[in-house]
Write a protein that binds this ligand. Sequence first.
Ligand SMILES: Nc1ncnc2c1ncn2[C@@H]1O[C@H](COP(=O)(O)OP(=O)(O)OP(=O)(O)O)[C@@H](O)[C@H]1O
Ligand SMILES: O=C(O)C1=C[C@@H](O)[C@@H](O)[C@H](O)C1
Ligand SMILES: [Mg+2]
Length: 171
Amino acid sequence: MSQPVFLVGPMGAGKTTIGKQLAQQLGYPFKDSDREIEDRTGADIPWIFDVEGEAGFRQREVVVLADLATQGQLVIATGGGIVMREENRDCLKQSGIVFYLTASTEQLLERTAKDKRRPLLQVADPESRIRELLAIRDPLYAEVATYIINTEKRPPRQVAQEMADLVRNHK
Ligand SMILES: Nc1ncnc2c1ncn2[C@@H]1O[C@H](COP(=O)(O)OP(=O)(O)OP(=O)(O)O)[C@@H](O)[C@H]1O
Ligand SMILES: O=C(O)C1=C[C@@H](O)[C@@H](O)[C@H](O)C1
Ligand SMILES: [Mg+2]
């Protein structure tokens, strides 16, 4: 099985955290599209949003996803908005196994509260913003998903274990 494994879902779903554990358990290299964009740009995500706007960030995301998707056996954690572009959804569906990681709005809010590096959540009412984004994106995450995994009430390592078993048994 040489196809990549993608993790999609909202900010705070645990794509980066669980993705690293999954990669370790499968023995695959790990990549994070957000980190890859930052490395290639030489700047962090808040800077890219400030200077190039969300549209500039999304353009970079398309290029990085297309590139990572052709690198074979990797675990790839994606950014929360990756499904906003149709070409990304097509790429995800055609390229590998896709896990949609879910959690309640309350959990997403709690998990993202301290970290100020998510420009879309730097608003007066982040809870409403999370709900708005989910209303738009949930059907898009579901559209690309091979498996939908709830990440609540279990530590990341245990979630990753379930996912690793699904990958190993995937035909
Ligand atoms: N299953 C879990 N149980 C408890 N906490 C978790 C779980 N998964 C992730 N977390 C915590 O939630 C926070 C956010 O996780 P993470 O950065 O992995 O989310 P993400 O989906 O990659 O978000 P983004 O889309 O912004 O990159 C981290 O502090 C992480 O430790
Ligand atoms: O949900 C989103 O649109 C984003 C999620 C993060 O992973 C980053 O990709 C960026 O902050 C935008
Ligand atoms: Mg992440």
